[in-house]
Design a protein around this ligand. Sequence first.
Ligand SMILES: NCc1[nH]cc(CCC(=O)O)c1CC(=O)O
Ligand SMILES: [Zn+2]
Ligand SMILES: [Zn+2]
Length: 318
Amino acid sequence: MTSISSILHSGYHHPTSRQWQSGNVLRKVSLMYPIFITDDPNAADEIKSLPGQKRWGINKLQGFLKPLVEKGLSSVILFGVPLKVERDSTGTLADDPNGPVIQGVKLIRKEFPDLFVACDVCLCEYTDHGHCASIARIAEVAVAYAKAGAHCVAPSDMMDGRIKAIKERLIEAGISHRVCLMSYSAKFATTCFYGPFRDAAQSAPTFGDRKCYQLPPNASGLARRAIRRDLTEGADIIMVKPGMPYLDVVKDAKLQSPDVPIAVYQVSGEYAMIWRAAEAGVFELKTAVMESMEGFLRAGATLILSYYTPLLLEWLEN
Ligand SMILES: NCc1[nH]cc(CCC(=O)O)c1CC(=O)O
Ligand SMILES: [Zn+2]
Ligand SMILES: [Zn+2]
């Protein structure tokens, strides 16, 4: 069996991921757009807490993405939001071949062959308790997304050992060279900044919280250890999340791991905060969003996940 540390191809198999191997300039290719796909095929539901963003049904996906791709959208990350079906303890629906994520990946690959498609891998949206299941189950779901055509799988669960488990299953499936593994390594436990997302994905835990697996907001040491651990387990891209309150962590990640692309997630609460402030006349939206992007780049990010991607595609030249 191929060993984990010997696989480099997974990080640059796609023309888009190849561009992430260079330095930090804000280009359209630096942006990854998070998209919510739900199981009502005709949905185009406004998300109250995320103004301007919607939960999309499979039938609406192509019409929604086409103008963005024409403006230079080069990557998306998909979040499945099951609203109609029953959630259970193991998150059976996460890898349902007829579920929104697998159907969405297939559709995007067919209709937009140049678009880089990542899938968030997590079970909290699919379990009745709202927490993640075992790493074996997480790995199974990741492999199912990759087999459906995802260029990248991004486990956001924060369970110990998940990167290794996923990498090994990808190796077994013979697809480890083509599937990029982006790890939410330094993901901090925040109820405020993830609040609008949990509303959008209806994924707030039904009991307890996520403080035993997401990192404590004061923990820069744990962040560095998690990054180091995930890189030894085979991660191709390291992510820091949330973004703006954690720029020091982005910088730490860059200094500690200068040889891997660093991603930063400008999460739902950051998006809403800037949006609402601009709406209230505190500042101009474009100026504030651009400054937040400059901050991410200065700290060392190569890839930025942001709900502002559609607007940035309008604002950026290339
Ligand atoms: N599936 C977990 C996940 N993946 C992305 C986000 C948050 C993203 C955002 O706030 O924009 C979350 C929420 C959480 O951990 O509670
Ligand atoms: Zn989750
Ligand atoms: Zn989870």
